[in-house]
Design a protein around this ligand. Sequence first.
Ligand SMILES: [Zn+2]
Length: 263
Amino acid sequence: MFHTITKGTLVYSVADSLSGAAHGFSTRLGGVSQGYLASLNLGIHRGDSPENVLKNYKIFADALGFSPEDTVFPMQRHTDLIRRVDASHRGEGLFRETEAVCDGQITNVPGVALVTFSADCTPILLFDPVRRAIGAVHAGWRGTAAGIAAKAVAAMADAYGCRPGDIRAAIGPCIGKCCFETDGDVPAAMMAALGDEARAAVEPRGAKYHVDLKALNALWLSRAGVTNVDISPDCTACLCDRYWSHRRVGDRRGSLAGVIMLK
Ligand SMILES: [Zn+2]
């Protein structure tokens, strides 16, 4: 189950499935950014000042129990690439350039805060309390069709010996089926990847389709053997006063972040 946490003006959510790991999913509330980035923008390429972004990380980090210096950013490009990171990557993104393109990161090193960015796409955090390993995944519709959530589980098994049955997952706030209207290409990609079971997550409406990215990612996780999964009920587009939504406001917007770290 997801819970909303409010600390002063800061609002974020946490999941029972990840208890034992420092983690959280941000909203757009509680930061210092101004104008169309008001107020908690956690993206470094959104037109914000580096000082404001760093202050926002400090606010979010203090609440969750990590430091801005612990963060490792991915260079997200709607791929299905998973990167294994360690302490040498701390600070990549916020304090120096990130070199590697990837849409998922995994680690088993305490004190490394994995970050995933979104503004409608699906953020997924993974935690294996037995082998002590974590993952953070960005799944837009392309990443969802490519099964990046399942690939992250497989990568954790390969790298750290995780058993999928031990891994717990949280699917964070993202655009819901209510608002994710697509053409036929998106459902076709899901059906090609997942077969008939994907059909339950697709609703035809006239010439368009409404697609449930949370359900599709939960299906990938289930097939990978991960059954302890919490799913945020929130739609970023319905709740665009609370979340950054690309679909609602376009490119002039901040970024949400999902963060997880082994203590
Ligand atoms: Zn909605």
